[in-house]
Design a protein around this ligand. Structure first.
Ligand code: NDP
Ligand code: OXD
Length: 309
């Protein structure tokens, strides 16, 4: 029995060690070395090369080493009947909330202006500092989004969240579905995206969305690059409808050197670092899920492939 590690970007070694400790009787191999394809029972994947999970006749589950499964589900050769399992929490919400809070503070406390002023030794104060005047709106109230929303609310910001079902989150004003979207946007000064990328959410950060926000707002994208319509963001920033954006995720990663986001004065780019998956925080969950599957029990974090998350 073999565990296959399959990623175009992440190192296999931490997972090789974790699997060797937990399953000394199972073999481990890292794509493109598959050993005997018939022996592969579990695949640990993060942005697997397309087609790498095809023709594995005894594959029992695909265990995604992240919370978002869009890159896995977009593989045209993904085996149709094999369960896809994602990480649930696994140490991701804390760093996501830190990133989000930093972004809100950065904009609210006018840090870009002070960095710029320092370059020319300008001593000038800007006002409008009160957190209660900075309504934050979190798109996606799942495991991560709900945590992010509560962390920011705990700092005194008025926080609302928007999700499909509108499940309640203590301390957060909740909006739901298509009818709740515009009222949610109308009260939001800093829009924080923590949605999964699905057919329904692709391109949701577009000019219509930005126009529904009060003029001079901010956008923070820590969901996926596919949520953003890049040209619409640039147009909204250039027209003043939006005052700034902090972006961690991009349609193409690494972000191409010629992409206008790199040089836009109102855009901050980070290289998909809001919450990297750490083996130390997630291996127990992955190992536990393999044990559950071996016992014939449902794993934690089973993805609804039709829904896309
Ligand atoms: P969950 O599946 O727990 O939550 C998803 C949330 O999005 C739910 O609240 C869901 O609504 C909502 N949602 C989904 N589709 C829609 C829709 N069409 N309209 C409105 N709401 C919708 O995911 P996580 O919180 O664990 O992760 C969220 C995303 O964060 C990941 O998919 C990934 O893309 C991103 N991520 C980014 C990282 C980074 O480093 N930048 C790190 C980790 C994750 P409902 O509650 O009704 O189901
Ligand atoms: C994830 C990510 O989805 O790191 O876990 O983006």
């Amino acid at each position: 029995m073999t565990i296959l590690f399959c990623s175009d970007s992440e190192p296999a070694e931490p997972w090789r060690l974790a699997c060797a400790r937990a399953f000394p009787d199972m073999a481990f191999c890292a794509w493109p070395d598959t050993g005997s394809r018939d022996a592969i029972r579990y695949a640990l994947v993060w942005r697997q090369p397309p087609g790498s999970l095809a023709r594995l006749p005894n594959l029992k589950a695909i265990l995604v080493l992240g919370a978002g499964v869009d890159s896995v589900l977009s593989d045209p050769e993904l085996p149709a009947d094999v369960p896809v399992v994602r990480l649930v929490d696994a140490g991701l919400p804390g760093p996501m909330a830190e990133y989000a809070l930093y972004a809100v503070l950065h904009f609210q406390r006018r840090m870009a202006d002070y960095f710029e002023q320092q370059r020319t030794a300008v001593w000038r104060r800007h006002d409008e500092l009160l957190a209660r005047r900075w309504p934050v709106g979190v798109m996606g109230l799942g495991v991560i989004g709900a945590f992010v929303a509560q962390r920011i609310a705990a700092q005194g910001y008025p926080v609302a969240g928007w999700s499909r079902s509108g499940k309640s989150v203590e301390g957060v004003e909740v909006f739901a579905g298509a009818t709740g979207f515009d009222p949610f946007l109308a009260r939001t000064r800093v829009l924080l995206n923590v949605l999964p990328l699905t057919l329904d959410t692709r391109g949701i950060l577009n000019s219509r969305t930005f126009t529904a926000m009060p003029r001079g707002g901010y956008v923070v994208n820590i969901g996926r690059g596919g949520h953003m319509v890049d040209a619409d963001l640039i147009a909204a920033l250039d027209s003043g409808q939006l005052a700034g954006a902090m972006l961690d995720v991009f349609e193409q990663e690494p972000l191409p050197a010629m992409h206008p986001f790199w040089r836009h004065p109102k855009v901050i780019v980070t290289p998909h670092v809001a919450a990297p998956t750490l083996a130390s925080e997630s291996e127990a969950q992955v190992i536990d899920n393999i044990r559950r599957l071996e016992r014939g029990e449902p794993p934690l974090g089973l993805v609804d492939r039709d829904r896309g998350y």
